[in-house]
Design a protein around this ligand. Structure first.
Ligand SMILES: [Zn+2]
Ligand SMILES: [Zn+2]
Length: 204
């Protein structure tokens, strides 16, 4: 259990002096009552600075570099997704706010409402990381996926069904003589840009 990513805003509220916090988190609890848990593949460094922009309004900036655990959309193997996130968020102090929340400001920008001088950044960091995760994660842009009949991981070798399926990208398949090489999988990871992507060959 790592220390909560907290920032203390008492001095900022009293004297206008910038508030600062930095550290590392290995997991974050978020959601109503903190029942959701987001774990990182390795300690995720963050840094947050908050300064006054007048009245009860403040601006938060900094960075958060979490490595999220996801899975390849085609072959389902685990994939670590490192993110390098820039943080930027307007904040407003309102002593009536018990649990910080994000609302839309008059300007249309997002506004983090808070009411305590000790602000737990867990939910803010967790949600920032989750919305930044790509919708489709691939362990390799050339991932061959799974056989739809038997589930064989086609990155690791072919199966009997491959003969029945028309092979579209013949040059992408391992040469029979190389298929059993222990480095066959590694070589696949270093393939150049996927030139078999139908979209990339469309001329406009
Ligand atoms: Zn894959
Ligand atoms: Zn198969």
């Amino acid at each position: 259990m790592t220390p909560l990513p907290e920032i203390h805003l008492g001095q900022l509220l009293r004297t206008g002096q910038d508030a600062h916090a930095e550290g590392e988190v290995t997991e974050l609890r978020y959601g109503q009552g903190g029942e959701q848990l987001l774990s990182f593949a390795e300690p995720a460094p963050y840094r947050v600075d908050i300064n006054s922009v007048g009245g009860d309004d403040f601006y938060l900036q900094g960075y958060f570099r979490p490595t999220l655990q996801s899975e390849c959309a085609r072959c389902l193997r685990d994939v670590e997704v490192p993110l390098d996130l820039k943080l930027g968020m307007l904040m407003r102090f309102d002593p009536n706010v018990e649990v910080p929340y994000i609302e839309e400001a008059e300007s249309g920008e997002e506004l983090l409402m808070f009411g305590e001088t000790r602000l737990d950044l867990s939910a803010f960091l967790a949600e920032t990381a989750l919305v930044s995760l790509p919708l489709v994660v691939l362990h390799d842009p050339d991932c061959k996926g799974l056989c739809q009949v038997c589930g064989q991981d086609l990155n690791e070798g072919t199966c009997e069904h491959m003969a029945a399926v028309p092979v579209e990208n013949e040059h992408d398949l391992p040469h029979p003589a190389q298929a059993d090489s222990p480095f066959a999988a590694l070589r696949d990871l270093d393939l150049p840009d996927d030139d078999s992507d139908p979209d990339s060959s469309v001329k406009s």
